[in-house]
Write a protein that binds this ligand. Structure first.
Ligand SMILES: O=C(CO)COP(=O)(O)O
Length: 132
């Protein structure tokens, strides 16, 4: 699968912890990330990650472009719901595109675990998307 990993600053420790916990799964997939998130994950896990610009500098839009071209299978975007973001329109645009393209997207860690584990185990998940 092609998986995007993105996290707001207060959620970066969580996405790093998640990446360490699931490194054995993540290493078998193609990983994409916004700049700082990707660097944090790579530095701790050594996972190969295609890194884009930092989110506030256009990285969310670059991930959005991958979504628009249907290049991604899963987006894990650990949002910080308690802090306003200067690039909130970009965040909304990325999440909107996930819905436009019926892309599985997790915005909190519990959903992230459930989606990664179930999609990794069940390669037939694409049939759900195709059915509707
Ligand atoms: O801001 C972000 C998501 O909106 C994430 O960007 P960074 O990974 O560069 O911090």
């Amino acid at each position: 699968m092609n998986i995007a990993l993105v996290a707001h600053d207060k959620k970066k420790d969580n996405i790093v912890k998640f990446s360490v916990k699931y490194k054995s799964i993540l290493k078998n997939h193609n990983l994409f990330a916004t700049g700082t998130t990707g660097t944090r994950i790579h530095d701790v896990t050594g996972l190969e990650i295609t890194r884009y610009l930092s989110g506030p500098l256009g990285g969310d839009q670059q991930i959005g472009s991958l979504i628009a071209y249907e290049k991604l299978d899963l987006v894990i975007f650990l949002r910080d719901p308690l802090t306003s973001q200067p690039h909130e329109p970009d965040v909304q645009a990325l999440l909107r595109l996930c819905d436009v393209h019926k892309l599985p997207v997790a915005t909190n860690i519990t959903t992230a675990e459930i989606l990664l584990l179930s999609m990794n185990k069940n390669p037939d998940w694409k049939a759900i998307k195709a059915e509707y």
